[in-house]
Design a protein around this ligand. Structure first.
Ligand code: DON
Length: 584
């Protein structure tokens, strides 16, 4: 970080120059320094990275540095986001990807916002019954097979956003990733742990084992991970753009692996893939403007719906973490997640989705009126649980010196997606088909949802919770936020917003603050261990809430612009030790 103010003059006049006056001034300076260092160490725990000209916050340090170098090189927020995203495909293989998909929200320094949808699509041969064997639902087919692979969108989406906003040459943005793949990088302790845990699930795929282990033995922290096939695939993308992925050698390698493993994804599906430009979801909250991701993400609608409900109650710094606040937020979440399950899916297949109603203040008023102040609602008489979702998606936030902002979340769905590395191409394929509902009409105790808007169909995009979001006030950017975590993404992002706008936190405090989650079903508040006091839990349970502790929720990567000072605050989520904020 630079730019903390001007340098002091190199020498001071010293008149009269007697030793006593010098030692007196030295003593005063020392006392000030001493007091200051105390204050700084108190601040240290919650101080965000601060910068004046730009910021990149990402879930892996090298990728954040690649983005920062692009900003320093004259690139803008989209250039940096694209370069960091490609770098994450190398350095954060659990979720960074070229074989998956995601969303990018862009807001120009002048205030116009646009959303890029590069969600995976179902192959042309996909049907609502794709995950059934002899009429019976097979979770492996749905989540862990070649049939679970959706047509990847990342390369098309990054290129589309770059073609509309980028300033630096495309090649300049992909080459850092090529280098990281070819020359390798030192494996962090967190990556070593993650790869070790994952190896058993990769056993069925020799190319995956070859890429992420030493002939089946796990890498140790500090060893170098080189990914030669991935470097070649990235190089084709650097040279040819999306054609270097959706056509030619890479596409042929994907199609061959799909055929070998019994998938239905074909060369034609790859050639037909298109990223889309969408109009962002917008809402207002206590005089702030919210800009977020529209369908096929459910995130923007759910976040605005929850904020609209909360707006009817006063919330201030003194309310953070109280049982009343948790109760109110929980009830708002419950209602938004119920609507999510009932109504939302791919907008191109569900033109009748009641988006306007879900975003309206009058609908939120009616939902608020249905909330008791001292009693939990009941989600359903059926208590069924949803399939557990791992936190493996990844988010990055970028702000450049002209005020252009990018908020990008992308994923392979599960940690390491399908675990299938394309032989010869060196990248993992997603298992995003698992985000479609399992079986028409079947909603049951095992956690299956059978509502129509999100059933698999040819060329359809599966519903997502990824929520790249921004907050502005009177046209000025205040917050860029987003997180991984499946359905918890929506509530993690919501909480970073409420923490800054209502509870007065800086970016790092807002990211560090303990989180909780309710998603309608299962009907329980899931909270971070030690995040709610025993007293608070007791009050919530007396109200009728069920509660469950988890180790952690999400990994938000947040940028906040302090409206008073103009400092750009970058807050990496310390729940993931490799996350990093880099500013200048
Ligand atoms: O699009 C979605 O909502 C999910 N596929 C995101 C996956 C994720 O965050 C990782 N864990 N579930």
């Amino acid at each position: 970080m630079t730019g903390m103010g001007g340098n002091p003059p190199s020498s001071y006049p010293c008149n009269p120059c007697n030793p006593w006056s010098i030692s007196k001034s030295v003593a005063v300076v020392l006392i000030i320094l001493f007091l200051l260092s105390g204050a700084l160490s108190i601040m240290g725990a919650t101080a965000p990275e601060r910068a004046r000209q730009g910021m990149v916050v990402a879930q892996e340090r090298l990728a954040a540095e690649v983005g920062l170098a692009v900003l320093k090189d004259g690139g803008n927020a989209v250039d940096a986001a694209v370069a960091s995203a490609f770098a994450l495909a190398v350095t954060y293989p659990a979720a960074g990807n070229i074989g998956g998909g995601g969303f990018l929200l862009h807001r120009s320094g002048k205030g116009s916002a646009v959303a890029y949808d590069f969600r995976e699509k179902a192959p042309a041969k996909a049907l609502p019954t794709l995950f059934l064997v002899d009429g019976k639902y097979d979770p492996n087919r749905h989540h862990a097979s070649h049939l679970a692979v959706g047509v990847p969108g990342t390369v098309a989406g990054l290129h589309l956003a770059w073609s509309r906003h980028g300033r630096l040459p495309w090649k300049r943005l992909v080459i850092p990733a090529v280098r990281l793949a070819k020359e390798g990088f030192a494996i962090s302790p967190a990556l070593a742990d993650s790869l070790r845990r994952e190896l058993p699930r990769m056993k069925a795929y020799p190319a995956s084992l070859a890429q992420f282990s030493k002939s089946g033995n796990p890498y140790e922290a500090g060893e170098i991970l080189r990914q030669k096939d991935l470097a070649r695939s990235l190089n084709r993308i650097a040279k040819e753009g999306p054609k270097g992925f959706y056509d030619g050698e890479t596409a042929a390698l994907i199609a061959r692996e799909m055929q070998r493993g019994g998938g239905v994804l074909t060369l034609e599906d790859l050639r037909a893939y298109e990223a889309k430009i969408r109009v962002p979801v917008t809402g207002s909250y206590r005089g702030f403007e919210i800009v977020s991701m529209p369908p096929p993400s459910s995130g923007g609608i759910a976040i605005v719906e929850i904020l609209n409900i909360l707006e009817g109650w006063e919330l201030g710094p003194q309310d953070f973490g109280s049982a009343r606040t948790i109760h109110r937020m929980t009830e708002a979440m419950r209602r938004a997640f119920s609507d999510r399950a009932q109504f939302l899916g791919d907008p191109d297949s569900n033109p009748e989705m009641p988006v306007e109603k879900l975003l309206s203040k009058s609908y939120a008023n009616s939902l608020r009126n249905s909330i008791s102040q001292n009693k939990a609602s009941v989600s359903s008489t059926n208590t069924f649980s949803w399939r557990n979702e791992s936190p493996q998606t990844t988010h990055l936030s970028v702000l450049d010196r002209e005020g252009n902002a990018a908020s990008l979340t992308f994923t392979l769905e599960d940690s390491y997606g399908s675990r299938i590395v394309v032989p010869g191409a060196g990248f993992l394929l997603n298992n995003e088909m698992g985000d479609f509902n399992a079986e028409p009409g079947r909603t049951d105790v095992t956690g299956l949802i059978g509502t129509p808007p999100n059933m698999a169909a040819p060329g359809k995009r599966m519903l997502s919770s990824m929520s790249p979001t921004m907050v502005t006030r009177e046209g000025k950017l205040l917050l860029i936020t987003g997180s991984p975590g499946g359905r918890t993404i929506i509530n993690t992002v919501l909480e970073t917003i409420v923490n800054t706008l209502d509870f007065g936190m800086n970016a790092q405090e807002a990211v560090d603050a303990p989180r909780f989650h309710h998603q309608w079903l299962p009907d329980q508040i899931v909270y971070e261990l030690n995040g709610l006091s025993p007293d608070t839990l007791r009050i919530l349970e007396t109200m009728g809430h069920k509660t469950k502790a988890v180790r952690s929720q999400g990994a938000a990567q947040v940028i906040r612009v302090d409206p008073k000072t103009g400092w750009i605050e970058g807050a990496a989520d310390r729940r993931d030790p490799d996350s990093a904020a880099r500013g200048w």
